[in-house]
Design a protein around this ligand. Structure first.
Ligand code: GAR
Length: 209
């Protein structure tokens, strides 16, 4: 049985997709906690309804990024997670925090990385005139939105797209690829080899520790 902690900042639709996939596909996993940096994150209610501890560590309570990250880390580590999942967690993390979860922290980003890092990715895609857009699951490293790519999904950009229509099309794909990427980690099929993420198709036992 593996343990996951999920971090959110808002509505948590990716978190919901992950929890539902874990339930429906009977993953050998415990989703130990959902933690938000914002008290008003609407996704917290879903977690509570599912019986998962929903915790807030408000970033506003801390004077520095380092102090917030240290507080967040100590709450997370109470659950000793095998995997930390960022699901719409909208805080830049310090190198120290990222280093602590090296190789066991995943993020989903709403673009085809390495294109369109940072915020407003759908606006960036429309401004660039790309015809294909999408989403990326990646390991988190200290270099923002540049960690090893685990999975990607593409969508067409249509002539009459707005940021909202494009975001909705991408989000639908996020809800498919993120649970499956997490499942491959849980099943011990996702590894980092020379900085490249590889997913094995044959299931192997995750290493005991
Ligand atoms: C998602 O589109 C996710 O890819 C994005 O925020 C949204 C969260 O939605 N994440 C980032 O932009 C991270 N830089 P959700 O709360 O409904 O999952």
């Amino acid at each position: 049985m593996r343990t996951i902690v999920i971090l959110i900042s808002g509505r948590g639709s990716n978190m919901q997709a992950i929890i539902r996939a874990a339930q429906n596909e009977k993953w050998p996993v415990k989703i130990a906690a959902v933690i938000s940096n914002r008290t008003d994150a609407s996704g917290l209610r879903f977690a509570t309804e599912e019986g998962i501890p929903a915790i807030v560590v408000p970033h506003k309570d801390y004077a520095t990024r380092e102090a917030f990250d240290a507080a967040l880390q100590s709450r997370i580590d109470e659950f000793a997670p095998d995997l930390l999942v960022l699901a719409g967690f909208m805080r830049v993390l310090t190198a120290r925090f990222v280093g602590h979860y090296a190789g066991r922290m995943l993020n989903i980003h709403p673009s085809l990385l390495p294109s369109f890092i940072g915020l407003a990715t759908h606006r960036q895609a429309l401004a660039a005139g790309v015809k294909i857009h999408g989403a990326t699951v990646h390991f988190v490293t200290a270099d923002l939105d540049h960690g090893p790519i685990v999975a990607q999904a593409t969508v067409p950009v249509l002539a009459d797209d707005t940021e909202d229509t494009l975001a909705a099309r991408v989000l639908e794909q996020e809800h498919l690829i993120y649970p499956q990427a997490i499942r491959s980690f849980i099943e011990g099929r996702l590894s980092l080899i020379d900085g490249i993420a590889c997913i094995a198709t044959d299931k192997v036992e995750p290493p005991a520790h």
